[in-house]
Write a protein that binds this ligand. Structure first.
Ligand SMILES: NC(=O)c1ccc[n+]([C@@H]2O[C@H](COP(=O)([O-])OP(=O)(O)OC[C@H]3O[C@@H](n4cnc5c(N)ncnc54)[C@H](OP(=O)(O)O)[C@@H]3O)[C@@H](O)[C@H]2O)c1
Length: 309
């Protein structure tokens, strides 16, 4: 089968289409015939070597994490899905491989696809929604009346974070670029600030949580926007920020992996319309190399870029 892979860490030029055997399923695993795979910034960061201490130096490495498709084989001890089910899910990032005609994953890394969603919409959910869940519900503890500020409220993670926080009864203020103001307003963000006006972020009072989806908000400034029991949530770790996250009660990192157990609830929230995936571009898998490179270098439409098979 065909997949996107690379033999060295580096830029978009390192990607190519490789051929490999269709992977076999083991105990507790399913093989999914991929119908759609969504592109996340994480995919190109992994290929650039951002996590090479964890991902190691064995090549070739496959690319892609989030997918939706049909279960075509199931190993022993799989209870949540069965052959023929439409599912969506995510591959362990240490292995990756969703930009491929088929993928094998642990059964708890998939959930049934809500019938209301297309494969492309379902593939847009896992990493972004799991991260938003970890940040807004687990870390920021969104609740009725809570005040939450989201820096980058318009990206894939940011938009799901807004939807989750508002569904829990929180008030959400945020910052985004000029092209995203209308969609942020429609989602219920108020007030909306420009990144260039960061001094104004706390003008309306302090917050119970500040969630920086972009890693661009000065941490000191973010902490100064909090009330005394508030928490700053970050999803863009650096070695210094990881250390800070371990030592500080008010500064917390959140990771997609914290939300894997929430996939079935994420499916329910998408089925009910609480989570609303936004697709920017659907492109055929045959265009994967140029489409990934375009997303990586900022030449894209707003909303998720999804490969279809
Ligand atoms: N810790 C974790 O486990 C984890 C998980 C997922 C993501 N992340 C990280 O979180 C960050 C955000 O991820 P994401 O998936 O939300 O990224 P994304 O969808 O690309 O959005 C990020 C920002 O990019 C801007 N943007 C959106 N479309 C754009 C376009 N067509 N051209 C230029 N800019 C555009 C938006 O800002 P404006 O509209 O305001 O300009 C948006 O807020 C990334 O750094 C990612 O690596 C971490």
């Amino acid at each position: 089968m065909k997949r996107v892979q690379y033999d060295r860490y580096g830029g978009p030029e390192k990607m190519y289409f490789g051929e490999c055997d269709v992977p076999r399923v083991g105990d507790g695993e399913v093989r999914v015939s991929v119908k759609a795979a969504a592109i996340n910034p994480f995919d190109w960061k992994l290929r650039q070597g951002a996590m090479k201490l964890v991902t190691g130096r064995r090549f070739p490495k496959a690319m892609g994490t989030d997918f939706a498709g049909l279960v075509e084989a199931a190993g022993r001890n799989v209870g949540n899905v069965t052959v023929g089910d439409e599912v969506f899910g995510t591959v362990d990032f240490k292995k990756s491989g969703a930009f491929a005609e088929a993928v094998v994953v642990k059964a708890d890394h998939v959930a049934k696809k809500p019938p209301q969603l297309s494969f492309a919409e379902a593939a847009s959910l896992p990493i972004a929604a799991m991260t938003a869940w970890a940040a807004v519900i687990d870390r920021a503890q969104a609740r009725p009346g809570a005040r939450i500020f989201i820096n980058g409220c318009s990206g894939a993670v940011g938009a799901f974070a807004v939807q989750l926080a508002i569904s829990r009864g929180a008030h959400v203020a945020g910052a985004c670029g000029p092209a995203s103001r209308d969609s942020a307003r429609a989602a219920g963000v108020a007030p909306i600030f420009a990144y260039s006006d960061s001094e104004a972020y706390a003008r309306g009072g302090t917050y119970d949580a500040v969630f920086d989806t972009l890693g661009t908000l000065d941490v000191g400034h973010g902490l100064s926007m909090l009330n005394p029991r508030g928490v700053f949530v970050d999803i863009n770790p650096t070695p210094g920020r990881l250390l800070r996250g371990m030592l500080s009660r008010r500064y917390k990192l959140a990771f997609a992996t914290m939300g894997i157990k929430r996939l079935p609830e994420i499916a329910e929230l998408a089925a009910s319309g609480t989570l609303r995936p936004a697709i920017g571009l659907e492109a055929p898998f045959t265009d994967a190399l140029s489409v990934i490179a375009d997303a990586e270098t900022g030449r894209r439409t707003s909303g998720k870029t999804v490969l279809t098979f």
